[in-house]
Design a protein around this ligand. Sequence first.
Ligand SMILES: Nc1ncnc2c1ncn2[C@@H]1O[C@H](COP(=O)(O)OP(=O)(O)OP(=O)(O)O)[C@@H](O)[C@H]1O
Length: 208
Amino acid sequence: MSPTSTPLAARGLCFAHDREDVLHDVSVALTAGSVTVVAGPNGAGKSTLVELLAGVRRPRAGTVERRGSTALVVQRPAVPDTLPVTVSDVVAMGTWGRRRPRAEVRLAVAEAVQRVGLTGLEHRALAALSGGQRQRALLAQGIVQRADVLLLDEPAAGLDADSRATARRILAAEATERGVAVVCVTHDEEDIAAADHVVRLVGGRRVR
Ligand SMILES: Nc1ncnc2c1ncn2[C@@H]1O[C@H](COP(=O)(O)OP(=O)(O)OP(=O)(O)O)[C@@H](O)[C@H]1O
């Protein structure tokens, strides 16, 4: 993707979980090589918007035009802590369903682990990591997909300021070094101040 390209453009999105719309005519264009934060109060529709951009949900009205691949990082690992799942396992899950050769997957996993600073902890059980390390393993699961658009729903929720800053640095590097369009739901004022673009939702409407 060239730095000026738009890997994803959403126009006029409306969405209802039940009868009433929780998103009203929201448009977003993502730029390659930049970080966009999605901000706004609780219940404003941030997670719903990210799910629409990721293709997990379909809008009631409006369009999502994807010209590149997308990866979605969930807020919590989709495995119970008691399962004997290692860092490498969690990261490798990001490669599932893509039919990449095993050696290539191994290299990609090692590279993603390195990008999030978890080298040396590959064989550590997820349950034996700190909250910040666990979250970085999830970031690596998104990074290993090498998608044009990396969508994250509150990747640093509940973490301390240092861990949030680390996550911010990792995501900025994905944008500037690899040209990824990063989209990150956040309540963190420092994330918002550092972002290239801000989408602010209030009551399901885009106000910035
Ligand atoms: N599965 C669901 N079924 C019905 N209503 C839902 C569902 N998920 C979210 N909603 C409603 O949709 C609206 C937007 O929710 P959403 O989770 O997108 O907001 P948010 O901005 O991400 O909030 P938060 O900051 O609290 O995570 C809210 O009114 C919420 O109650």
